[in-house]
Design a protein around this ligand. Structure first.
Ligand code: HEM
Length: 193
């Protein structure tokens, strides 16, 4: 019997369901764990950052790997889920860590470069997530839409710098992520000319 691959639309649904279940599992795991706030904050921050970085890998890898090329449209799903994990991360910070104390949060943002980088990344990701749909692409036209989406190349470095600065000792992971990012950026630069 020859196994046929599932249609792309079904694969996309499965990807969305998988990433949603994974997020729910992370929330559940943090809820039953000993330190809800830091577990949930770190889980969503870390996997959000992974997903955003993976979304940047799609285009360069699609030129070499046919499998990635066939699944190129999933880049958007992966990026939007990275943003949604980031939203939960931010909600944890606002609601659980600072209990909506806005003036304390502003002090923290102003006095802490690593928090400022997280906020910057989040603000940059907002218009990207909001326009990651076919309707926006049609409305604004391909070139302006594409120009706007080059903001990812600022947002993801800000996320990785934020990740790096959040670490007290274990900086290997953000360093490896930064290395992957540099390779993607060099590739982009070379292919832009
Ligand atoms: C308004 C925006 C943000 C705020 C206020 C914020 C805040 C924080 C805080 C308080 C930590 C914990 C630092 C510690 O361990 O002491 C953290 C860690 C982290 N954040 Fe954010 N963050 C923001 C945006 C983002 C975004 C958009 C991402 C990526 C999706 C992200 C990814 C991470 C990562 C990867 C970590 C390290 C997690 C770990 O140590 O396992 N953050 N953030």
């Amino acid at each position: 019997m020859i196994l046929r691959p599932l249609p792309l639309a079904t694969q996309k649904h499965l990807l969305n369901i998988g990433l949603c279940l994974f997020l729910l599992w992370g929330i559940y795991d943090a809820l039953i764990g000993p330190d809800l706030v830091s577990e949930l904050r770190d889980f969503t921050g870390r996997y959000g950052a992974y997903l955003l970085l993976i979304s940047l890998l799609f285009t360069p890898l699609s030129l070499r790997l046919n499998w990635v090329k066939r699944h190129l449209t999933m880049r958007r799903n992966v990026g939007v889920w990275g943003f949604l994990y980031g939203v939960v991360h931010l909600v944890v910070w606002i609601a659980l860590e600072f209990a909506y104390d806005w003036s304390l949060m502003l002090d923290e943002i102003a006095g802490n470069l690593f928090i400022l980088l997280g906020v910057l990344a989040f603000i940059l990701l907002l218009p990207l997530a909001a326009t990651s749909n076919r309707w926006s692409l049609k409305r604004y036209g391909y070139q302006p839409w594409k120009n706007l989406h080059t903001l990812t190349y600022v947002a993801v470095p800000a996320v990785i710098a934020h990740h790096f600065m959040a670490q007290k000792s274990d900086v290997l992971e953000p360093i490896l992520m930064a290395l992957v990012l540099v390779i993607v950026l060099v590739w982009r630069y070379r292919n832009a000319h």
